[in-house]
Design a protein around this ligand. Structure first.
Ligand code: SF4
Length: 418
């Protein structure tokens, strides 16, 4: 496992929905936010459950109006994951959400900064054991009410190094805000400091991690469409997580939020921070050696085969002999193509050689048969039975293994296991 930064731990949830731990040694949790109106109770419940089913551990809802916090009282008993109320501008919404049984509150220091109002929220949360996320966002950290201060902050923002000033303002706001919580001896806190700038996100969280021991909610905000947003998010969040920073994540971009959940879960699986649920699909990008319509095959595997399999088996779909045998060796079930045919392997053992039109059905049949064997205890995931010896493409140079065996290359110790 990757090393994790030591932090305090907060608990979000209750007996009915279960408790999600954030920080400490708890697994990194995945969050998303509802896109629909909270006051539309049935639709909101359906949306939350859709995200929960896709792998979200927590779901946040917006509560801009009183009708939203009132709806929470009916939504919360119907859902299966803890709910976070996203509060901006009106501290009363936080108090109402607490009354409605919400499991966590998010406050923005950029728009709820009155000390008495913050204290009222802290006291309400403290009496019910509800954590608060302090979410400092790039979009709302420049002072809005105090015109003089706004002029100074905007001047700094535009005058100097943009990220440096933003980071300094973010940290200053956070310090100032945290003082209110410390004075109240309230430490059930999660911190976030989001920006659309991936580099700033990395800098901000690295700095915050060095200064505070509260758990961190990672995110890149306003990240664009899924195409750009997923890359910005994974670059920033993946870098931080690989360095042990981050306790809960939200990937956010302008797309169906179900995609956010899937991308966040995949990122955590890739880093070895979450156990994979369902198939891990490996596929080659294709090149001038391809001998079947691999893109169509992979899409069909994704569409028809993956939803039918429950176990986290590794399935490889490879275009030719170059990397096909190597991937087949590491996969539970694999197909590699050759001359309009597909050669199928199950845990390293060749089981079929079929014409292109039959590849999908045969692959599905082999996957289902293998899954049934695993369930009966007759096979184990990730264990190859037969060693495939692929043709050596290196020729006279020999393989890396041979060079290591001859003492010419030192084996490298890796820091993580998968
Ligand atoms: S597996 Fe074969 S077809 Fe696929 S990218 Fe590699 S060399 Fe090309």
């Amino acid at each position: 496992m990757l090393p994790r930064r030591a932090t305090r731990q907060v608990t979000v949830g209750d007996d009915r929905v279960g408790r999600v731990l954030i920080g400490g040694s708890a697994p990194v949790s995945v969050q998303t936010m509802c896109a629909g109106y909270t006051y539309d109770i049935d639709a909101c419940v359906a949306e939350i459950e859709r995200y929960a089913k896709a792998g979200a551990d927590l779901v946040r809802v917006a509560v801009p109006e009183r009708k939203d916090t009132e709806a929470l009282a009916q939504i919360i008993p119907q859902v299966s994951v803890p709910i976070v109320a996203d509060v901006h501008f009106h501290y009363q919404r936080a108090l109402e959400a607490v009354e409605s049984g919400v499991h966590k509150i998010r406050l923005n220091p950029g728009n709820i900064s009155d000390r008495d109002q913050v204290n009222a929220v802290i006291d309400a949360c403290k009496s019910r054991g509800i954590p608060i996320r302090i979410g400092v966002n790039e979009g709302s950290i420049i002072e809005r009410k105090d015109k003089q201060r706004r002029a100074v902050e905007l001047g700094q923002y535009f005058a100097g190094h943009r990220s440096g000033h933003l980071l300094a303002i973010m940290i200053a706001k956070l310090e100032e805000y945290l003082d209110i919580f410390r004075e109240r001896d309230f430490h059930d806190i999660v911190i976030s400091a989001k920006s659309m700038d991936a580099a700033l996100v990395i800098d901000a969280y690295t700095e915050i991690a060095a200064r505070f021991d509260y758990p961190l909610h990672l995110g890149v905000t306003h990240a664009g469409t899924r195409d750009t947003g997923s890359i910005r998010s994974v670059v920033a969040l993946g870098s931080l997580l690989a360095n042990g920073i981050g306790d809960t994540v939200r990937i956010s971009y302008a797309s169906d939020h179900i995609d956010e959940v899937k991308d966040a879960a995949e990122m955590l699986c890739c880093l070895g921070l979450r156990a994979r649920k369902g198939v891990e699909l490996v596929a080659c990008p294709t090149c001038g050696r391809i001998q079947v319509d691999l893109f169509t095959l992979v899409k069909e595997v994704e569409r028809t085969l993956m939803p039918r399999l429950e176990l986290p088996m590794k399935v490889a779909v490879m275009g030719c002999i170059v990397n096909g045998p190597g991937e087949a060796e590491g996969a539970d079930v694999a197909v590699f193509a050759g001359d309009r045919r597909g050669i199928i392997y199950v845990q390293g053992e060749r089981v079929a050689n079929v014409p292109e039109p039959e590849i999908l059905n045969r692959l599905l049949a082999e996957c289902l048969a293998f899954e049934a064997k695993v369930k009966r205890g007759e096979a184990t995931l990730g264990q190859k039975v037969v060693k495939i010896v692929p043709p050596d493409p290196i020729g006279d140079l020999g393989s890396g293994h041979a060079r290591i065996a001859a003492g010419l290359v030192q084996p490298v110790t890796v820091s993580q296991t998968h």
